[in-house]
Ligand binder design. Structure first.
Ligand code: BG6
Length: 606
């Protein structure tokens, strides 16, 4: 996915435009560019690299103009080159566009346009749109008509912004499948992939829906339906968080900030609508099959949810990764499909929900970003309220989603009569006390975790192992370590090890065990048996364990001892410390922590 932004005002907008694209850099960061309308033309500057790096090369901030577009790229079509960076312009230079999405029929459009004399400068799918607009303008002589006509040739997903000296002061934008929000300011208006682009200037956002386009000028925003040009009337939403919240706040990285924000994230997740939780539990109980779906981190969150429902509510919920959902899930009107998504825009997850709807199933979601497609596109949604998550790798959002799934499982158990009110109340007391315990661990143990990360960062191959609910936590811990350190890391059930993977064990492979609290007698003992299998073959072992576990302490070469907490929240504490360990390992290895190579915050293309 890419980040697109556009601004039009009465004053010069280049600094605002530049800042807006910096605020969207977690959406893609392999190249970027600006296009600004001035002196009867669109001045375009673009190159490969992050926003600051490109500014050094191209002096983006030296541009001048009151209307402009900007883009930061996560390459899908065409290598990471200056020519493939956005904006792209028509041969006559009069129409310049930035795009987020994929145009599936770009090759046939490209050869048609080439045959009609269009000169293509890039290998991207996006460039066809600039040439299509120019061609339609020749036919219509009207910028808005040309923009709409050009779009009607496209198949695929898109969010576009276009500027032209033929309509100085105006931004033309449209969406189908990729997110686009409009920001309403005072004599300056904004268009962007998400609100973080313009939060410093306004918290009044108008979410565009699929099949809509808008014409934005400094004092007016007009939204219309692409199909028939009919006017769309929609109330702006007020964004809860301010620009400051989406800054680093003195932390070295957003990842560290977002890890340390988790006590508050937990309180917000515990404050998320109880009515919504009760309704969701009712829907899950009423469904024949209640599927949980997510991808990347949210797939592992869904897996953790599966264990909560089996253990607390005595109900098995099938979990399918969003990217495989359409091929694997069997759903109809008797079923519920519940998605988990931080951004609410991930293409694979939206495709899974669209498939479920097609089959007549009811849909639900746990989402973080307000106004996102998934938050508006399902029958029942719980907004998790974790605030902006800027670091590409998910930490606080994942924890909040797991806690909300655990609340729904507890509610289902109560509604089912599998848990009495007293036990339910006790569970919630444990959850309410947990944020303080997390603060204590983060403030008191971080130094120790860092020290251990420094001492083990030299291992290039890792296994992360857990049993029961600690298995999905192990998968997420492995993903965190992989994403930010680029080390080869594999998460798996500790019981699975002896059935093949044990062959990998030698002195160069670090095995990281998530040891459950001793109260979880069977889980703890089985995990320690697997630990002994590795030790017996000379493999080094590191572990997250709880203070009273002398047996684990004796066996582990490197141990992170955690204070005793209730088994209900113990997996969450290990998740948080695993995030911190991954952060410090990446710091030791000098990695680009907030923007790991090749990744993007959420992938809005299939
Ligand atoms: C990936 C992100 O692109 O998408 C992961 O790098 C994330 O961190 C996954 O877990 C799913 O994103 P979302 O927004 O649907 O939770």
């Amino acid at each position: 996915m890419c980040g697109i932004s556009a601004v039009t005002g009465r004053e010069d907008v280049v600094t605002i435009l530049y800042e807006s694209i910096r605020n969207l850099e977690y959406r893609g960061y392999d190249s970027c560019g600006l296009g600004v309308v001035s002196n009867g033309e669109v001045a375009v500057r673009k190159n490969t690299g992050g926003v600051e790096e490109v500014n050094k090369k191209e002096h983006l901030t030296h541009l001048r103009g009151t209307t402009g577009i900007a883009h930061t790229r996560w390459a899908t079509h065409g290598r990471v080159t200056q020519a493939n960076a956005h904006p792209h312009s028509s041969t006559d230079g009069r129409f310049s566009i930035v795009h987020n999405g994929i145009i599936n029929n770009y090759e046939e459009l490209r050869s048609d346009l080439k045959a009609q004399g269009a000169a293509f400068l890039s290998d991207t799918d996006t460039e066809v749109m600039a040439h299509l607009i120019a061609k339609s303008y020749e036919e219509t002589g009207d910028v808005e008509k040309a923009f709409v006509a050009a779009i009607k040739h496209l198949e695929g997903s898109y969010a576009f912004c276009m500027v032209t000296p033929l309509a100085p002061g105006e931004i033309y934008c449209a969406r189908l499948g990729s997110p686009l929000v409009l920001g309403a300011g005072k004599s300056v208006n904004f268009v962007a992939s998400d609100v973080n682009a313009f939060l410093q200037h306004t918290r009044d956002a108008l979410v565009m829906e699929d099949g809509e386009y808008a014409v934005v000028s400094p004092d007016a925003i007009t939204v219309r339906k692409l199909a028939d040009g009919s006017l769309v009337r929609r109330k702006p939403i007020r964004i809860e968080w301010d620009a400051e919240t989406s800054k680093k706040g003195g932390y070295a990285h957003f990842m560290l900030k977002e890890i340390f924000e988790q006590p508050q994230t937990l309180r917000n997740a515990l404050a998320a609508t109880q009515e919504g939780v009760a309704r969701m539990a009712g829907k899950i109980r009423a469904a024949r099959h209640a599927y949980l779906m997510g991808v990347g981190t949210t797939h592992y969150v869904a897996l953790a949810g599966q264990y909560f429902f089996s253990r607390l509510a005595g109900r098995h919920l099938p979990v399918v990764s969003s990217d495989e959902f359409v091929d694997l899930a069997v759903v109809d009107s008797q079923d519920l499909v519940m998605a988990v998504s931080q951004s609410g825009e991930t293409f694979d997850t939206r495709r899974g929900i669209a498939f479920a709807k097609e089959k007549g199933a009811s849909t639900a979601a746990i989402v973080n970003v307000m106004g996102s497609s998934l938050s508006m596109g399902v029958d029942e949604v719980i907004m998790q309220g974790s605030g902006p998550e800027i670091c590409v790798v998910s930490t606080k959002a994942a924890l909040a989603q797991m806690v909300i799934l655990q609340r729904i499982a507890l509610e289902s158990a109560l509604q089912e009569g599998r848990m009495d009110k007293a036990a339910y109340a006790r569970a919630h007391q444990v959850l309410q006390a947990f944020p303080e315990q997390v603060s204590a661990v983060l403030n008191e143990r971080s130094g120790f975790v860092r020290n251990l990360a420094d001492r083990t960062a030299g291992y290039h191959n890792w296994l992360v192992l857990g049993r029961g609910i600690y298995y999905p936590i192990a998968l997420e811990a492995a993903l965190k370590l992989k994403e930010v350190t680029y080390l080869h890391v594999e998460g798996m059930p500790a019981g699975f090890l002896k059935h093949g993977t044990l062959a990998l064990v030698d002195q160069n492979l670090m095995s990281w065990f998530l040891v459950p609290p001793t109260e979880e007698k069977e889980l703890n003992q089985h995990t320690i048996s697997a630990l002994e299998e590795v030790k017996a073959r000379g493999g080094p072992v590191i572990g997250l364990m709880f203070e009273d576990d002398q047996r684990a302490k004796r066996l582990l070469d490197f141990a992170i001892e955690l204070p005793k907490v209730d088994p209900l929240v113990a997996p969450f504490l290990q998740l948080i410390v695993a995030q911190l360990f991954s952060y410090f390992t990446a710091l030791k290895l000098g990695r680009s922590i907030d923007k790991p190579r090749n990744l993007a915050k959420s992938v809005t293309v299939g």
